[in-house]
Write a protein that binds this ligand. Structure first.
Ligand SMILES: Nc1ncnc2c1ncn2[C@@H]1O[C@H](COP(=O)(O)OP(=O)(O)OP(=O)(O)O)[C@@H](O)[C@H]1O
Ligand SMILES: [Mg+2]
Length: 182
């Protein structure tokens, strides 16, 4: 990955998960090629006539089915968390249809250190960094909200069945009225 790419304000990174057991057993066909050097995904339409060209999409980085949680953290997330520790704003946003691996990438498997995802790895990164730093004060605040079918719930709130309100303030824009603020 070039330095230039890492300095982009918004980076789009694609991760393709491996076949599930069910997909393997039902002899699903792979229609994707992942080129991590070029950052390209090639999609072949199995129903297309043989002369139809394959569709190629280019992203800031792509990760195939053999990529590990560590690869994704070290190459994509670590630089962003480092910049947050230096006072910049940063957002990591997982997007994709159901079953594509958002929860696996973001959360992972908690009882297997190699399979821990972005959230536990970034917590570890942040608190390790803080514990090694002297003469500097940090404030870490965390919230965990679920937006599902237009409803917002606070997953860290004891009464997390409560639907939360979306508000707008002239001073700090749109916000969710969470347990912390109420
Ligand atoms: N990179 C990966 N390596 C191995 N297994 C994976 C990977 N990504 C996803 N999986 C597995 O694929 C299945 C679906 O993934 P996951 O639950 O993360 O999807 P999701 O995008 O969060 O779906 P939903 O939108 O329904 O919540 C899970 O069983 C998960 O463990
Ligand atoms: Mg999920």
């Amino acid at each position: 990955m070039s330095k230039g790419k890492n300095s982009e304000a918004v980076r789009v990174v694609v991760r393709c998960r491996p076949f599930s057991k069910k997909e393997e057993l039902s002899a699903c066909e792979n229609i994707l090629e992942v080129d991590d050097k070029l950052g390209q995904i090639t999609i072949r339409n199995p129903k297309a006539p043989p002369d139809e060209p394959m569709k190629v999409f280019t992203f800031d980085a792509v990760y195939g089915w053999t990529s590990t949680q560590r690869d994704v953290y070290d190459e994509v997330i670590r630089p962003l968390v480092e910049s947050v520790l230096h006072g910049f704003n940063g957002t990591i946003f997982a997007y994709g249809q159901t079953g594509t691996g958002k929860t696996y990438t973001m959360q992972g498997v908690s009882n297997d250190p190699d399979k821990r995802g972005v959230i536990p790895n970034s917590f570890q990164h942040i608190f390790t960094q803080i514990s090694r730093t002297q003469n500097q004060k940090y404030l870490v605040r965390s919230s965990y909200l679920e937006i599902y079918q237009e409803e917002i719930r606070d997953l860290l709130c004891k009464d997390n069945n409560k639907k939360l309100e979306l508000k707008e303030s002239p001073d700090f824009g749109i916000y969710v009225k969470t347990c912390l603020l109420s």
